[in-house]
Design a protein around this ligand. Sequence first.
Ligand code: FE2
Length: 375
Amino acid sequence: MRQEWDATGAGAAVATAPGEIARAAATAPGEIAAVAAPAPGEIGAATATAPGEIGAAACRRAGQGGQWETQRARMVGQLGETRLLHSLLVADEAVIMGRRFGGDLTRLALAGLLHDGAKEMPTPALLALAEAQGLITDPAERARPSILHGPVAAWLAERHWGISDPVILEAIRFHTTGGPGMSREACIIFMADLIEPSRDYPGVELLRRLCRQDLRAAMIEAINQTFDYLARKKQPVHAGMTRCLEWLRQEKGGLPRMESKEMAIIAARAMAAKKGAKITVLKLEDLTLITDFFVVATGSSRTQTQAMAGGAEDELKKHGIRPHRIEGFREGRWILLDFGQVIIHIFQTDERDFYNLERLWADAPALPAEEVLPE
Ligand SMILES: [Fe+2]
């Protein structure tokens, strides 16, 4: 027996035609990747813990074991086997990340368990419910109705599943698009959804690595991957996701991010590895609002300046940091990579002498060479 949905979300319990749910569940464009379908039990065997057990244990410790079981039973009735497994693994991953980054473990477990509770609603029902309940906030939701399964699940959780905790509801609501000012728990659910162990798509390993180090960088990389995907598919971006990215880039508190100086040094070393010459890191943070550091370097040919730019970009990308803009790459005479807090200038010899940035910024102290390039 499956639930059939109407615009009240009440869900009369009627059988669904075979295959209908599977078709409705096919991942819409904009999802970073479809959930891989491991054989049931495969993931549990690999991790030596039954899927969902970490989430369940976190709830039991907080005296919420009954709530976990109730909601788990609800999801068993709501989701196919693969999606249920995914949800249990998101709950587990979220608890693991909560231990690392902070966050309420019970809320994380329950939000992970419930986040996809509307994922298998057929698209017309999803749209109708969202429409009727005023949940549509952006044109991208009509173009890609699948992203509504976040807000719709949050609405169902509040109205029909007995969830009143605003942090859990927000984490469910934002898991498809993110949003500015989202809670730490919501950030963790957003990422746990993308990296739980059954996920398999290009870019997932980078996200997993970032999720072990830097939640903010992981979020930024995940959103950039989504933007790349949507651009390739010529699909519209949800404005909430754009605002979320702006918020992540600006936010000073809450989530840690890499220091500008560390970014500058990573870029300098990456260019040294490409045999860049005369590498200087200028500290501008006390002189201007433009940026915190310039990294200036020289290459002897276009091929080399391009290789240096590529090297710096690749190294910073490993930390989830991407340039806001790149200029002059094709000509390769003065390549500028703007990372916001850090701007990299790569010149060929004549251009370096001609523009002489060091003279222009003569007040800016250079970091000592032994700090930038220790060997
Ligand atoms: Fe989802």
